[in-house]
Design a protein around this ligand. Structure first.
Ligand code: PHE
Length: 340
């Protein structure tokens, strides 16, 4: 028996040393300690031994089984550790590799133009204000000196929401002039960007578009101030030497009223297809705030005067970037938008 135990021990020592994988380790365990394993069989044979032999071989075999068991366990955990290390090594991140490029979006050209215009007017001391898109007849028309049943209302192809409450979608940002002047006492110097709505649609008209409104009311505000402000804006927004010209026009809420042209930014004023050979492009409407409008918001027109202007953002962007179809702004094709 002694000899047998010694052989088992020696064989086990050499096989466990050679063992490199979990399968072999398991096989060694089954061969020795499994149901029909060599050590198990020896332990089973104990019952046939004499009491003296049991006393000797009992502890010897138990020790053999425990020692084999713990060595196999140690081997298995060592192999597992090696497997894990190998895996970690193969999964190691290479921080020297160049990173993948992430694509970031850009601001929509309309938003860019609004931000740029705001920052130019801020240089002149204007602050930004906003007003509602769903409006009442009073703010969109009446307070702005559009009399009821006056043909000037036909200039705006208005979307009416309900006739009883007089709700409509604002046709211009001039409604914000009224909101601001009702809340603030002069001096008022605001720039008011926003969406406006008209029932009109072709290559240069969209039922939803954007305007930027300007309003300056104070003592002694003059027409010369208006012209200087618009000249400053157009030269900052387009080119340093862009000229403007003012043509007499009509708006119910300004008197006198003008339409403002900039020298064609495409041909520089020589005449081309875009400016229809005139050398000029219309970009905005403007004028001195009509005394009736000031009265409507309780500002004394004897004491205060003001100017207002309104421009189409899509039109400004079309001229700045040479865009020939207004629908491009709203189709949201990445190949169009990513150019800005
Ligand atoms: N609200 C006018 C329009 O939409 C533009 C304008 C604004 C004209 C302010 C004069 C003064 O056509």
């Amino acid at each position: 028996m002694h000899k047998q135990v010694e052989t088992i021990q020696n064989d086990f020592a050499s096989s466990i040393q050679k063992c490199l994988d979990l399968e072999t380790a398991d096989k060694i365990r089954v061969d020795l300690l499994g149901k029909k394993g060599t050590v198990t069989e020896l332990l089973k044979g104990m019952k046939d031994l004499s009491i003296e032999d049991k006393k000797i071989y009992g502890p010897l075999l138990n020790q053999l089984r425990d020692s084999i068991n713990s060595q196999i366990e140690a081997k298995i955990s060592q192999i597992n550790k090696e497997i894990m290390n190998k895996q970690l090594l193969s999964e190691k991140s290479d921080f020297s590799l160049p990173s993948q490029k992430t694509k970031t979006g850009t601001l929509h050209p309309i938003t860019q133009v609004i931000y740029e215009a705001e920052s130019i007017f801020k240089e002149l001391g204007f602050v930004v204000a906003e007003g509602p898109e769903v409006e009442t007849d009073f703010y969109n028309f009446e307070a702005l000196n559009f009399p009821h049943d006056h043909p000037s209302r036909d200039m705006h192809d208005t979307f009416y929401l309900d006739t009883k409450e007089n709700h409509l979608l604002r046709t211009h940002t001039s409604n914000v002039q009224i909101h601001v002047m009702k809340k603030m006492a002069p001096p008022v110097k605001v720039i008011m960007p926003g969406k406006v709505f008209r029932s009109d649609s072709d290559v240069s008209h969209s039922p939803v578009f954007h305007q930027i409104e300007g309003l300056y009311v104070d003592k002694n505000v003059s027409f010369a101030n208006l012209k200087a402000t618009l000249q400053y804006f157009t030269q900052r927004f387009f080119l340093k030497d862009t000229n403007i010209r003012l043509r007499p026009s009509y708006f119910p809420f300004t008197e006198p009223s003008v339409e403002v042209d900039v020298q064609c930014v495409i041909c520089g004023g020589k005449g081309c297809g875009v400016c229809k050979q005139t050398g000029w492009l219309e970009v905005l409407g403007a004028g001195m705030v009509d005394p009736n409008v000031l009265k409507n918001v309780n500002i004394d027109p004897e004491e205060y005067s003001g100017f207002a202007f309104g421009m189409g953002v899509e039109r400004l962007a079309m001229l700045k970037y040479g865009i020939d179809n207004i629908k491009l702004y709203y189709d949201n094709h990445a190949y169009f938008l990513e150019q800005f």
